[in-house]
Write a protein that binds this ligand. Structure first.
Ligand code: DAT
Ligand code: MG
Length: 150
């Protein structure tokens, strides 16, 4: 089953949107695998955003993600990466579709509330970066057969 890393970023936490985000992923049918509420240090922030090092917004991005606690989660399901990106919406909130989290709650790219892995390979890398193996919970829901075809 495909897995993806989701962060409710500091603005989402400060604005009381953890529950809203979790609720949307639950309603979508995704299965929660792991969650932790943590203050992100520079080392983790820099590894997580390594692909953006050198870009104009990089320093602001590191300052933002380390500015207050985040809610880090792993969600799984068929095509979990694409499903979560769709529910989250485009990077720039004003370009995201109505009904997405970024559309419904955000205005600025530097305050776009949620991180979600962008490809299955990124999902694997990011899950391993944020969670130890024994923090990932292998479980079945009674409703799984009504959400997952196989
Ligand atoms: P996403 O978070 O949708 O995967 P990304 O990986 O391209 O987007 O960028 C990571 C984060 O960096 C993004 O959520 C917000 C910030 N960011 C991206 N492009 C930016 C820009 N042009 N100006 C300011 N911040 C930006
Ligand atoms: Mg990205």
């Amino acid at each position: 089953m495909e897995r993806t890393l989701v962060l409710v970023k500091p603005d989402g936490v400060q604005r009381g949107l953890i529950g809203e985000a979790i609720s949307r992923f639950e309603r979508r049918g995704l299965r929660l695998v792991a969650a932790k509420f943590i203050k992100v240090g520079n080392e983790l922030a820099e590894s997580h955003y390594a692909e953006h090092k050198g870009k104009g917004f990089y320093d602001g991005l590191i300052a933002y993600i380390t500015s207050a606690p985040v809610m880090a989660m792993v969600w799984e399901g068929p095509n979990a990466v694409a499903a979560v990106r769709q529910t989250v919406g485009s990077t720039k909130p004003v370009e995201s579709a109505p009904g997405t989290i970024r559309h419904d709650f955000a205005l600025e790219v530097g305050r776009n509330l949620i991180h979600a892995s962008d490809k299955p390979e990124t999902g694997e890398r990011e899950v391993a970066l944020w969670f130890k193996k024994d923090e990932l919970v292998d479980w079945a829901r009674a409703v799984d057969a009504w959400v997952f075809e196989k």
